[in-house]
Design a protein around this ligand. Structure first.
Ligand code: ZN
Length: 641
C-alpha cells in the first residue's frame, strides 16, 4: 500500500530515519484513528458452483458468466518445492505470532485488559494495517490444508477482536484497514465456518456507511501527494463490499460498494490500452482497484468493465512490467516514453513486491475466470518465480521483504526497515494463493493446469458424476528442468479434457502419453487440450523447452536487457567486475550461456578465470544482501578500465 509518505522519497527506498518515522506516524495516524477496512473475496462469486464442504455458497444470481473456476482453496495440495517450503515457512511464522500482541492495540483502545505488547513497526499502535489480511490468509490456508491450528487461531482472533468493537460498530479504522477487515471477516465466514462474522460485517459496514469520509478525490500524478487519492486508497473499497454482497445477499453492501467505484480511472481504459494520462499514480492500489471493477462486472454484467480490465492488463504488460512481471518504480506507473528503462538507472525501489504481486494475482485470476484465456496465467507464473517467490521470507519480529531492486548496475535483497508494513499482510495472502492458482476447472468436463508446480489435485467433474473423483499428481523440477510428469488416478476410465497452459514465451512444447509421443496442438499463449478417455495409471509427460532470451526493458532501450530462461529471470552473481556484454540475439545468447555442474547455474562463455565467480543463476536463489546484476546495457560507460 502507499505508506503515507507524502512528497518525499519513500522510507523503504532509502529515506533517512526521520523520514521513515514521519512516514510511519503519518500512516498510523491515518490508519488507526478513524474507521475503515476491506479485502478481496473473488471466489465467493462462483461459490454457487464450487462450494465444497465447509464453504458458503453465494446468495445472489451473478449477471456475468464465469468460464474457469479456481478450486476455491480446496482439493489441492502442494508437493515438495522451493515454493512449498516458502509457504510452510510463512505459515509457521504467522501461526506463531502472539494473539495477545496482535490484539494489544485493539484491546487497549477499547479500555480492556491488554496483555502482550504492540507488534511494532507499522503495527505499533495496533495491527489494523494487517489484521484483515491476516484473517483472510488464515481462513484460506486453514481450508486449503485443513489446518485446524490456523483455523482455531483465526477464530480466537475474531472473537477477541469483536469484544473491542464499539457499540456503534466502530472498529477505529479508516478506509484502508476497514476494507481489509471486511474481507477478512467475509473469508472467516466463507472458508473457516465462523458463524458470527456476518453480524460483525454488518456492524462495521453500518458504521462505515455513517462515518467513512466520502471525499473520494481521484488520484493524480500532480501534485505528488495526490498519487493515491483522498482518502488514502479509497478506490479499492468496492471489491470486498461486492464480495460481501455476493456472500450474504445483503443489498446494503452492494449499494455501499457502488459508492467507491473508480470510473475516473477505470474509464481511461474504456477504449485503449495506451492511455496518455494513466501514469504517476500509485501502482499497487490502482491495480487493486480493478478487482473492484471485476466484482462489479461479475455482479452487474457490464461488459465495458471487462473491456477496461483487459485494456488495463495490456497497459501493464506493454508499458509497465519488468522481465520479472513486477511493475511500479517508486510505487508509480510511468509515462510510456522510455521512462521505465530510465528508472532502472535511478531507482532502488523497483517493485513493491508482496503488495503488487497480490494485486496482480487477483487481476490475472479474475481475467482467467471471465475469459478462459491462458495468457493471463503467464503473468501469474512470472510473478510466482520472480516476484513473490523470489522474496525474502518473513522472519523474527515481522522483518519482511518490501521492495525488489532491479537497479541497472547492481542490487541486493534487503529487509524493510519497518516491520509489519502493508507487505507483511499481502505476503501471507500471496502464500495462501499458491494452491489456488495451479489448477482451474470449468462447468463441464475439463480440468486446467495453469502452473507447473509439484502438487496434486482431486477433481470431480460436474457432468461425469459416475466416475467419482479424479486425482492428478504433478511432479517436476520445472522451471529448473524441462520435464513435467502428471499421473492420473480414477475409479474407472473417464472421458474428459485436460488442458495445459502453453506459455506465450515458449518455443517447443511436446507431450508423451505412457511413453509414446502424443500429437497435441501447442500454440504459445493458449491451452494445449488433450481430450480422451483417461485411465487410472496414465502417465503424461510434458516438455517445455527452456531457452535463454533477451528481455529488453522497453522499446526505447532495446539493449537494456535482462536474461530470462523460460519464465525465470537470471541474474549475475558477482558484480565486482565490469558489466558484461550480452550477446545481440537469442541464438547467440544460448551459445554464450554454458551449463555448469549445478543445474541452475550458468557460466558465460569466454569468462576469464578468477577467484571470483560471476555466473548466472535464478533471481529467486539470491539470498539477503547477496549482490546481483539483473539488467545490462552496453551503452553504460566502463568507468574503471
Ligand atoms: Zn506493501
Amino acid at each position: 500500500m502507499e505508506n503515507g509518505n507524502k512528497g518525499i522519497v519513500s522510507a523503504e527506498s532509502g529515506g533517512d530515519i526521520a523520514k521513515e518515522d514521519i512516514s510511519r506516524r503519518q500512516f498510523l495516524a491515518m490508519a488507526a484513528a478513524a474507521p475503515l477496512a476491506l479485502t478481496p473475496l473473488t471466489e465467493s462469486l462462483v461459490s454457487a458452483q464450487t462450494a465444497g464442504p465447509g464453504a458458503k455458497a453465494g446468495k445472489i444470481k451473478l449477471a456475468s458468466k464465469v468460464v474457469l473456476l479456481p478450486f476455491d482453496y480446496q482439493g489441492v495440495r502442494l508437493g515438495s518445492s522451493r515454493w512449498q517450503k516458502q509457504y510452510e515457512s510463512a505459515r509457521n511464522f504467522y501461526v506463531n505470532v502472539s494473539d495477545d500482541d496482535i490484539l494489544h492495540g485493539f484491546r487497549r483502545a477499547a479500555g480492556l485488559a491488554a496483555p502482550g505488547a504492540p507488534l511494532g513497526g507499522w503495527a505499533r499502535r495496533d495491527s489494523s494495517v494487517v489484521f484483515g489480511q491476516w484473517l483472510q490468509a488464515m481462513a484460506r490456508t486453514s481450508r486449503a490444508n485443513d489446518d485446524s491450528e490456523m483455523r482455531k487461531k483465526a477464530t480466537k482472533l475474531v472473537d477477541e477482536w469483536a469484544k473491542t468493537l464499539g457499540a456503534d460498530g466502530n472498529p477505529r479504522m479508516r478506509h484502508y484497514p476497514w476494507e481489509k477487515l471486511l474481507g477478512g471477516l467475509s473469508d472467516m465466514h466463507q472458508y473457516a465456518g465462523h458463524g458470527g462474522t456476518p453480524a460483525l460485517m454488518e456492524k462495521i459496514v453500518n458504521w462505515g456507511i455513517a462515518n467513512l469520509d466520502r471525499t473520494r478525490t481521484p488520484a493524480a500524478n500532480k501534485p505528488w501527494e495526490l498519487h493515491s487519492g483522498v482518502p488514502l486508497e479509497w478506490y479499492t473499497l468496492s471489491e470486498n463490499l461486492y464480495r460481501a454482497y455476493q456472500l450474504t445477499g445483503n443489498a446494503k453492501y452492494k449499494e455501499f460498494g457502488d459508492v467507491w467505484r473508480y470510473e475516473a480511472y477505470w474509464n481511461k481504459f474504456s477504449d485503449t490500452s495506451v492511455p496518455t494520462n494513466a501514469h504517476g499514480v500509485h501502482a499497487y492500489s490502482h491495480c487493486n482497484s480493478f478487482s473492484g471493477a471485476a466484482m462489479a462486472y461479475l455482479i452487474d454484467g457490464e461488459a465495458k468493465l471487462l473491456g477496461m480490465m483487459k485494456n488495463f492488463y495490456d497497459f501493464l504488460q506493454n508499458s509497465q512490467c519488468y522481465a520479472t512481471g513486477g511493475y511500479g518504480p517508486a510505487e508509480r506507473y510511468v509515462i510510456n516514453d522510455g521512462a521505465l528503462g530510465e528508472s532502472l538507472a535511478i531507482r532502488l525501489d523497483s517493485f513493491e513486491c508482496p503488495c503488487c504481486t497480490w494485486a496482480a494475482f487477483k487481476l490475472a485470476k479474475y481475467l482467467m475466470m471471465f475469459t478462459g484465456e491462458s495468457r493471463y496465467g503467464d503473468w501469474i507464473e512470472k510473478l510466482l518465480y520472480n516476484g513473490i517467490g523470489a522474496a525474502l521470507p518473513i522472519v523474527e519480529n515481522g522483518k519482511h521483504f518490501y521492495y525488489a531492486n532491479y537497479h541497472l548496475g547492481a542490487g541486493m535483497k534487503i529487509y524493510s526497515r519497518s516491520n509489519y508494513t502493508c507487505c507483511s499482510g499481502t505476503y501471507f495472502q500471496n502464500m495462501a494463493e499458491y494452491q489456488n492458482l495451479i489448477y482451474f476447472k470449468d462447468t463441464s468436463a475439463a480440468l486446467y493446469v495453469n502452473l507447473y508446480l509439484p502438487s496434486e489435485v482431486t477433481w470431480q467433474s460436474p457432468v461425469v458424476s459416475t466416475a467419482g473423483p479424479i486425482k492428478l499428481t504433478q511432479q517436476t523440477d520445472y522451471p529448473e528442468a524441462e520435464i513435467i510428469n502428471f499421473k492420473l488416478e480414477m475409479a474407472k476410465p473417464t472421458m474428459f479434457s485436460l488442458n495445459l497452459r502453453v506459455p506465450g514465451w515458449s518455443q517447443g512444447v511436446s507431450f508423451k502419453l505412457n511413453g509414446s509421443a502424443l500429437d497435441v496442438t501447442t500454440k504459445p499463449g493458449s491451452w494445449a487440450t488433450i481430450n480422451r478417455q483417461w485411465q487410472s495409471g496414465d502417465q503424461l509427460e510434458m516438455r517445455i523447452r527452456l531457452r535463454f532470451r533477451r528481455a529488453p526493458i522497453d522499446r526505447w532501450h532495446p539493449n537494456r536487457v535482462a536474461i530470462v530462461r523460460g519464465p525465470v529471470v537470471y541474474a549475475q552473481q558477482v558484480v565486482h567486475k565490469h558489466m558484461v556484454s550480452i550477446p545481440p540475439d537469442d541464438e547467440a545468447l544460448n551459445e554464450w550461456m554454458v551449463a555448469t555442474d549445478e543445474s541452475t547455474v550458468f557460466r558465460y562463455a569466454g569468462q576469464e578465470q578468477s577467484s571470483q565467480r560471476d555466473d548466472f543463476m535464478p533471481f529467486y536463489q539470491f539470498a539477503e544482501m547477496q549482490t546481483y546484476r539483473m539488467y545490462f546495457d552496453p551503452a553504460m560507460r566502463n568507468v574503471l578500465w
